[in-house]
Design a protein around this ligand. Structure first.
Ligand code: NDP
Ligand code: GUE
Length: 299
């Protein structure tokens, strides 16, 4: 029996982008300018190029200004830090995103540390990680915030639910766990050293898989009726030679037979990441300009 509701992240993301776009004209009137997002891409990684292009398109479609900066793979760390500092000082720029991963000769930590925390719409700066940890307003990484929006949309109040986050990266697993804790879930964070992962996952009302291993989470790990959020984006060989397809970290068909609801890959969490980036940029623009964002305008 395939009982699970398929959570349509693509549709939810389209709705969020529309709400962001609808709030832009009032900001333009109040601030005398558009919200601005700067995206920096170093090198020619094809996947990164695709992401950066879709971010640019979504930014422009939302009525915001998009500043795209491309540096060659050979650019020095100094050049990149100089660019980030210029963007920090540029008043038209509300949000700065430096696409990761960076070439290996550049220290990612140092680059992220150079971004003004109040323009850090990715939420990667330690100041924003700290704000999230202690419950102060800041910027939350787009992917986990998108996951939380999908969970609250389906489940409403998350208080008291048992949540298992598989993965403890700084950009997905850890902030996801912090968000769920702030929503009063009982949170377990699993990782590569976790013993009896299947048993840990079986106890969960909410499972968030952010591992990067294709279809690792099996159907018989999922508690009946649980809500499953699959963050994984894994490119694997397709049916025809030379073709590839995207799969998540969850064995989708198996899990959908037992879960109450599940996000697909593609079309689940991925589209939410870009929509939340626009949301964070809109919030940054209002905070920086001292303009109030109407309560409930963007959800
Ligand atoms: N949809 C979106 O917008 C986004 C999707 N992603 C995708 O999400 C996935 C995770 O990304 P990210 O967090 O950056 O990945 P990382 O590689 O940084 O982290 C992976 C985590 O998974 C854990 N892990 C690895 N193997 C196992 C295992 N066998 N059992 C349990 N845990 C394991 C690791 O544990 P340990 O810490 O012990 O090494 C680590 O904490 C990837 O597929 C990525 O492509 C990422 C960002 C955005
Ligand atoms: N500074 C920075 N911030 C990021 O947020 C960031 C990053 N670097 N580096 C790479 C990861 C990955 N990421 C995704 C965004 C959208 C989709 C997405 O839209 N996925 C579509 C499919 C796209 C496809 O077909 O390839 C989907 O799941 O439906 C996926 C992954 C953001 N990242």
């Amino acid at each position: 029996m395939n009982g699970a509701e398929i959570i349509d992240g693509k549709a939810y993301a389209a709705g969020l982008r529309a709400r962001v776009a609808a709030a832009v004209p009032a900001f333009r009137v109040a601030a005398g300018r558009a919200p601005g997002l700067a995206v920096v891409l170093v090198g020619e990684d094809p996947a990164s190029q695709v992401y950066v292009r879709s971010k640019h398109k979504a930014t422009v479609e939302a009525g915001m200004e998009s500043f795209e900066h491309r540096l060659p793979a050979t650019a020095s760390e100094m050049e990149l830090l100089d660019l980030v500092e210029r963007l920090n000082a540029d008043d038209r720029v509300d949000g700065i995103l430096v696409q990761l991963p960076l070439p290996s000769h550049i220290d990612e930590k140092r680059v992220i540390a150079t971004i003004d925390p109040d323009k850090d719409v990715d939420g990667f700066h330690v100041v924003n990680a700290g704000r999230l940890a202690v419950g102060e307003a800041g910027y939350v990484p787009c992917t986990p915030l998108g996951c939380l929006m999908l969970l609250k949309d389906r489940l409403g109040d998350l208080s008291g639910l048992a949540a298992v986050v598989i993965g403890r990266s700084n950009i997905v697993g850890k902030p996801m766990a912090a968000l769920l804790l702030a929503e009063n879930c009982t949170v377990t964070v699993a990782h590569s050293r976790t013993r009896d992962l299947a048993d840990v996952v079986r106890r969960a009302d909410i499972v968030v898989a952010a591992v990067g291993r294709p279809e690792m989470v099996k159907g018989d790990w999922i508690r009946h009726g649980a809500t499953v959020i699959d963050v994984g984006i894994n490119r694997v060989p397709g049916a025809e030679p030379g073709k590839t397809r995207l799969v998540g970290d969850v064995a989708f068909a198996e899990a959908a037979a037992v879960a109450g609801a599940i996000t697909p890959v593609p079309g689940g969490v991925g589209p939410m990441t870009i929509a939340v980036l626009l949301r964070n940029t809109l919030v940054a623009a209002h905070r920086r300009a001292g303009v109030a964002l109407p309560e409930g305008a963007i959800g």
